[in-house]
Design a protein around this ligand. Structure first.
Ligand code: ADP
Length: 309
């Protein structure tokens, strides 16, 4: 893989409000693709150009986010600003049993307009990257016209040599029609060279009854490298023309599994970009995820980042 690669990660960042034990609130920000961007940027440092591709508003929260991303070393040359929109918001409630539930206000979010014609040149910049990364949530926040345009731009990028990585993250609440999710995910898989996906998401979108069925189905799309995450269970992979199973080391003190999969993806991709084998890359992704789940929140403080390379 290229020596100093550029990676564009297309997604949405939202304000996060989290209820504390005493009924107060803490505020941060997050989003699945952003989480992966932050971890990838930390792991690659100067060795890669990590772009987060999105739209923000002109509000103070949007301004804060962009500053924070730059502080993380993320390249913001594909971040646009929409005057009449702002950023989405989600609220994490924790009930008496400790069970978390997520509640969203994202209808007015600027990121939903990313495929509009106003942003053609911003997207061209992103699509010119060596790698393009997106998730099922990236697809879910767009309308059908936007999804169609995204897929045709990805197809062109692929023809020009870009590698496309997709995590089939599925949030049913974002899809008015579950069949639409199946169709759009299917079309996206057709363009991918790397699948970094979760076993439950694949089952929810495609009705697969076993992880092996998901692996076979993804192979039918001609995807050369497939990684299926299964929580604490071993990772199922197909790479270098063979199926592999990679053991996940048990974690004694699981605090919060938010963003485990996002962190895994960053670790895996960073390791592949640094020329590690696919099996070692899965172990590296799992090592980062293992650390992340021992802390509260999606993005752990930089001081807790494990030494992976
Ligand atoms: P996703 O959020 O994409 O569904 P998973 O929940 O499968 O992702 O978790 C991603 C990775 O995080 C797993 O492959 C594993 O490496 C690690 N992980 C998640 N949960 C645990 C756990 N309980 N113990 C150890 N590792 C875990």
């Amino acid at each position: 893989m290229s020596y100093h690669p550029s990676i564009a990660l297309i997604g949405e960042c939202m304000i996060e409000l989290r209820e504390t034990h005493r009924g107060g609130l803490t505020r941060s920000y997050g989003g699945d693709v952003l989480n992966t961007s932050i971890y990838l940027s930390r792991l690659m440092g100067e060795d890669a150009k990590v772009r987060f591709t999105t739209l923000l508003g002109e509000d103070p929260f949007s301004a804060e986010m962009a500053v924070a991303w730059e502080r993380e070393g993320i390249d913001c040359d594909t971040v646009g600003r929409v005057t009449e929109r702002n950023v989405g918001l989600y609220f994490i409630r924790t009930d008496k049993t400790g069970e978390r539930s997520f509640h969203y206000w994202r209808g007015q979010s600027a990121a939903r307009e990313i495929m509009d014609s106003d942003w053609t040149s911003l997207r061209a910049q992103a699509m010119g990257s060596d790698w393009i990364y997106l998730s099922g949530i990236t697809l879910a926040i767009l309308d059908d016209t936007g999804r169609k345009r995204l897929l045709s731009e990805l197809a062109i990028a692929r023809e020009c040599g870009a590698h496309i990585a997709f995590d089939g993250n599925f949030r049913s609440a974002l899809w008015t029609n579950p069949l639409a999710a199946t169709t759009w995910h299917e079309q996206t898989w057709n363009l991918c060279s790397l699948a970094l996906t979760g076993v439950e998401d694949e089952a929810a979108v495609f009705g697969d009854t076993t992880p092996e069925a998901s692996l076979d189905r993804l192979r039918d799309h001609g995807i050369a490298e497939i990684v299926i995450k299964r929580g604490q269970q071993s990772i199922l992979m197909h790479a270098d023309d063979k199926n592999q199973s990679i053991k996940v080391m048990p974690v004694g003190n699981v605090v919060d599994t938010t963003a485990a999969g996002d962190a895994f993806n960053a670790g895996y991709l960073a390791a592949r970009l640094k020329d590690h084998s696919s099996a070692d890359s899965a172990r590296i992704g799992a090592a980062l995820a293992a650390e992340v789940i021992q802390h509260t929140g999606a993005v752990i403080p930089n001081v807790h980042m494990p030494t992976l390379f």
